[in-house]
Design a protein around this ligand. Sequence first.
Ligand code: AHR
Length: 510
Amino acid sequence: MKAKITIHKDYIISSIDKRLYGSFLEHLGRAIYEGIYEPNHPSSNSKGYRMDVMETIKDLDMPVIRYPGGNFVSAFNWEDSVGPKKLRPKRIDLAWKTTETNEFGLNEFMDWSKEANTEAMMAINLGSRGVESAVNLVEYCNHPSGSYWSDLRVSHGYKEPHNIKMWCLGNEMDGPWQVGHKTAYEYGRLANETAKALRKFDNNLELIVCGSSNDRMKTYPDWEAEVLDQSYDSVDYISLHQYWDNYEKDTASYLANTVVLDTYLKTVESVITYIKSKKRSKKDIKISFDEWNPWYHTRSQNITAEDELDLTNANWPEAPHLYEEMYNIQDALLVGSVLNSFINNSHIVKIACMAQLVNVIGAISTVTGGISWKQSIYYPLYFASKYGRGEAMNIIIDSPKYSCKIADDVNYIDASCVLNASKKELIFFIINKNLKENIDIDFNIHGIDLLTIEEQQSLFDEDLYASNTAENPNRIIPKNVSFSKLENNTLVTSLPKLSYNVIRCKMEKK
Ligand code: AHR
């Protein structure tokens, strides 16, 4: 099979916001406790941070991490999580039917994120709470001193304000499972009033309003239209979420999910344009895709997470093992393909957070008191974050196609291309979705001379269902390969069936 990829030096989609390569940590299961924080772990520092996990996260050069939820945030009192640890109350967490000790809280997270070289994206409770607690929280975090809430922070040992820029106005407020679930009109009004109040404090905050929890919600995409109609002038981003599954073991359909994702993005972009026109506004709203990942290995088909929890977690445990997915090669290919969609839509998607980072639906797994390791899905995120900085090139893909349950005319070859002018590099991220055959690709690269191929990495595995586990943590790891070559300055490659590939070239613009 043969495919062709064409790019031109002047045909650029957008410069890429590095925040496309973010992630998410929620007070859920063992994401925080025994994930990033485990005071008794041999690798932990004096603050209780697991340094093995910290180093693995630092390798991702993660630009942003969303915190503290998720569904958790919709019944969370942020005040419980600050001040002397001994005085912090234990609370039941209604979202996940567990007990939250509040041993690790807001200020600990801000300390941790500094050490992890990442920026916090903080979610506000607009489920059980409202404008007042949101304003108090932002004053506590960001006001230098001289007011009740800022002085409280200072008294907690944090003289300098945290200066948190990104704030999510609630979480998945369209979901009936959410504590304080609202109609689009109710939520749009509340988000708008909260945003207006926060802007009185600081007009430069970046505010993210909730869009749909997924594109299968009955209220999608009317939800986006109503919420933006209420809040357009007060917010900067609309948040989208999506989790994918492969319960049917139908690999072709599973990997075609990004065709549906592209439609989801286009639809929400159109809704934004519609409301912008309706309001005669000059302002642009962008997308923050702040929860996404495969999620199905630890859930049952047709049973919601909440039903499962009702059955299994009646005792309100502390930090139980929840949703600790073991990902296979197919999941890594889907993740690579989702990242390609974000790069190819980087004119509208400016923030994205893989959900989640550690243990819970996580790219990194830990054993309590023991090792930590990388899941297969870690690697596409690693390469995208490491090399996907610069400008997204308009990539024309002429590929053989297939049809499956969820889409027709799906390209076997899925790709994105990034030009990093400062490093003089052209980088391709390419997935071969064909289950049986290698695909040869010819490249037409206009206006750019490729000088050398600096690096070629590939992720593939004969066993579609194997994963990295505590016993075998390196079952799926990238391999240095030589599938690609430069022939008379022309790039040619042949990529194995079901593989994720990175080709990094040194280049000179003509
Ligand atoms: O990431 C797990 C959960 O999925 C989040 O708490 C929620 O926002 C989503 O439904």
